[in-house]
Design a protein around this ligand. Sequence first.
Ligand SMILES: Cc1cc2nc3c(=O)[nH]c(=O)nc-3n(C[C@H](O)[C@H](O)[C@H](O)COP(=O)(O)OP(=O)(O)OC[C@H]3O[C@@H](n4cnc5c(N)ncnc54)[C@H](O)[C@@H]3O)c2cc1C
Length: 419
Amino acid sequence: MRYGIVGFGTAGYHGVKEIRKYDPTGTIHVYGDTGMAPYNPMLTTYYAAGKLSYEGMFPFGTLEEMEKKYGFSYEKRPVKRVCAKERSIETDQGSAVYDKILIATGARAVDPAIQGLSAEDRFLMRTIFDGERLRKRVETGQVKYAVVIGASMVGIKVAELLNQQGIGTCLVDLADQIFPLSAYPDVAREIEGRVERQRVTLHFSTTIDHMERRDEGQTAVLTNGEEVPADIVVLCIGTRANVELMADAVEVKRGIVVNRRMETSAPGIYAAGDCCEGNDLESGQTQLIGLWANANHQGMTAGANMAGHFQEFQGNILHNITHFMNMDFIGFGDNRISGEILEHGDLQNGLYIRLVCQGGRIVGANILDHYRISGIIKNYMLRLFAGDRQEVPDYQRGMLVKAGIPETFMDKIAREING
Ligand SMILES: Cc1cc2nc3c(=O)[nH]c(=O)nc-3n(C[C@H](O)[C@H](O)[C@H](O)COP(=O)(O)OP(=O)(O)OC[C@H]3O[C@@H](n4cnc5c(N)ncnc54)[C@H](O)[C@@H]3O)c2cc1C
């Protein structure tokens, strides 16, 4: 059997590992465009901040180690086209045919043109190279002011790292609040207050219009007319799935559409990670999920099935788990869906949890400063979405109680879920 893997981030790596588990002799050919072992993009802000070494970015070891361990060959060559009908992978050196192909090309940062913003002052935060570039620029000591566009989990971490370097930092978002896709409005207000008290300026319901050079320095002019000083601009306004290499015959929406076995609509072609739309357990639709653990599970599922071992990944829900500026925010599910609200704790004093329940499921959750309970809550939400009405197991209930969630609150959840 000949396997072709396109893209070598965490999804591609887990695909290779799992293929090798079930097929010790097949030929695995990996195409990557970096020439590097898979790194963790989640850590780029820590790397940019100087809190993590270069080696610390690579959680699975070196390329040489893994080539030896899993017996694959790696070609540093961007793939130009994957032809599903012929099952071929094309590079500038020609094309090769495979029995099974895994597309694991991830996503790239959205990078719109901004009038007056020079390439040198414009930054993104997706790749290890983005982290390195920002780090080097900050290290020059020449950056006094920065504007970060996008109040997401990436934007807030970039704002934090710049603020910690003593750079006057302004965070801007077109939405009217921080974490627009995951925080309930009053939770967002509390977070915004804490962020502002740590001297990051917030501008909502607006975005950057253009840059102007003045005698006193560079200025970002926002769409609402406000002006903020900005030696650099960091764009953290989301990602776009890398799907342009798919030549034909594969269903692509915002990402490559896959089923629970990570099969695309074309036989023999699989996809995993940020380039694909998998099952969103909450909506029942396919959706870009864009999470590390999700990419790992999808990669493993694809690899197993490619090597002839039946495996399914049920899917995931949207989530945001972010530690920043001395706080933890956790948002699960869709914050636009309303329902019965169950709350415990106090927003101002931390250790706060809000669950929104509807139809015997928890459709959304916000947790502030209580990250230890997040895994249990997320898994409970996932089980409910999968149709399993069991209550939180006793040992997990004990862990929640130990973490400060009272029995009475647990009883309330059980009553709400079971009707
Ligand atoms: C700053 C930041 C913070 C994040 N925070 C979190 C978080 O808190 N929690 C969380 O769960 N997730 C977080 N994520 C998201 C998480 O890192 C991704 O979901 C995950 O890394 C996706 O892995 P992947 O393998 O699908 O894609 P990638 O890591 O993007 O890997 C894809 C690889 O394919 C290569 N490639 C692309 N096109 C081609 C081609 N044509 N030919 C050959 N190779 C190609 C790319 O260069 C890349 O090496 C964060 C991401 C960033 C950037």
